[in-house]
Structures are given as C-alpha cells and as structure tokens.
Design a protein around this ligand. Sequence first.
Ligand code: SF4
Length: 282
Amino acid sequence: MKKEIFLCAINNILSGTCLEDCKFCTQSVRYHADIERYNYKSIDTIVNEAKQAKANGALGYCLVTAGKGLDDKKVDFVARTAKAIKAEVQELNLIACNGTASIEQLRYLKEHGVDSYNHNLETSENYYKTICTTHSWAERYETCQNAKSVGLQLCTGGIFGMGEEAGDRDSLLDAIASLQPESTPLNFYHPNKALPIKARNISQEEALEIVKKARKLLGEDRLLMVAAGRELLFDGCEELMFEAGANSMVIGNYLTTVGDTPSKDREMLKRLGYGVAKTCHG
Ligand code: SF4
C-alpha cells in the first residue's frame, strides 16, 4: 500500500452572514451569492453530523462559522459544541475555524475540547489588499500566532488562483511555513458568478508545483491538504497531487460548494492504492 491519507470533514455551523468584503467568499452578504444562509445549527445536529463524518473515515472535523471573528456568543456556542462532540465521538481531532480570535478566546476553546484552530492567510500580504479591504492580513497572521501561543495546533493555508502572481504564491507559502503549522490546506479558487473575482488563474501544473513547494517548505511530518478546488483541478488524476506531496483531503461538502460523496472518495483512494489514516499522529 502507498502512504495513508488523512481525511477531514467540514461543518458550516453558521453560514453566509458575513459583513466583510473578501472577494473570493460566497459567505459575504455583499455579493448576494446563491448559497444557503442560516444561523446556528442545533448542537444535536452538529454532534450527529460529527458521528457520520467519523463513520466516513474523517479524523479531523472542522467547525466553521461565517463572519470576521469570534465574539462572546460565538465563542460560547463553539465551546459548547466542541464539548458535546468530545463527549460522544472518540478520536476526532476538533478544529475550530471562526476567524479573528484573541488569546483569551482561543484558550477558552482549547479548555472545551478544541484541538486545533484553522485560520488561513489566504494570499500574500501584498496581494491581500486587493482581495479584502475590511480587515488586514497582519490581523490574520496575528490570530495564527495567538492559536500557537495557547498550545492549539495550527491549521493555516490559503487560496491560489485568485489573480495573484507567482511571487505572491511564493510569498504566501513562505509566510505559512514561518508559522510552522501542523496542517496546511491548499485551496484552489472556485469561481462563482456572483463574486468579483470571475475566473481562476491556475493550471493543474501550477497547482502541482505549489503542492511540491509547500511540502518542501513545511517538512515531511506535516499534514498537507488539497481542499477546495480539488474536484475542478484533479478529478480523475488525484494521484498526481498525492505524488507531489499532499497527504490529506476534505471528504464531503466544502463550505458552500458540494464535494464528491465520501464513499466515492474512499473508493478513489482504494483504487489508487492509498490507505485511509486511522490516527492523526501515527
Ligand atoms: S471574513 Fe471569512 S466569512 Fe467573511 S467574507 Fe471573509 S472569508 Fe468570508
């Protein structure tokens, strides 16, 4: 058998209600993208979905909320959700993805069972000003540092193909590596007609180059995930991304786009000769 692949599932527990202006994001209310928008899911529903994700082979489970960052209500809800999942689902690495977060908020999440914090740098510091004007890249970097400072694992990555240049891609990868994250999601822009960024400027070859560079910079022992955009760039040739250095992927749906079914993904891995990892740090 070839290497084992780590599977991660995403639960969008508060969707589509963000006031920020990130030009790649359908969850911003500014662009009126045709997505499902809802307030908090019930904790029972989220726990049941976590059980299903675990049954599908997920080792990581990511609780995502739309919005710029944590506030008192959100931090309380995510903490109670994390505690409820940990009480009922064993050996699931819980990741919170809730935007800008202070040291106190992150410490509170950790105390309630969150293992890891996901906050993506998205693109280079220089290009960030072009894709978002309502908050800064420096703020994103600081949240990543905050997560590490309280002992949470850090999951940080970005999105490629949003009109950036090659230098921006290298700069983003260097910035990610400087944070020494345990896990890095590489997303490839998924165009949506409602969004200001209309097209994706990345080829499969360029995406593979990014995977290779990321693996080299991050080291062999880290999780490197091909996340959003996998189906657009690697459908039917996933082996290329694993050979380039990826060892993790999302199963099920993404935040606002539909992914392949988990059984189809598991069949794909089996057909290609990859195993499904059973522990996060084995
Ligand atoms: S802050 Fe997050 S949820 Fe809001 S628009 Fe930006 S990426 Fe989307």
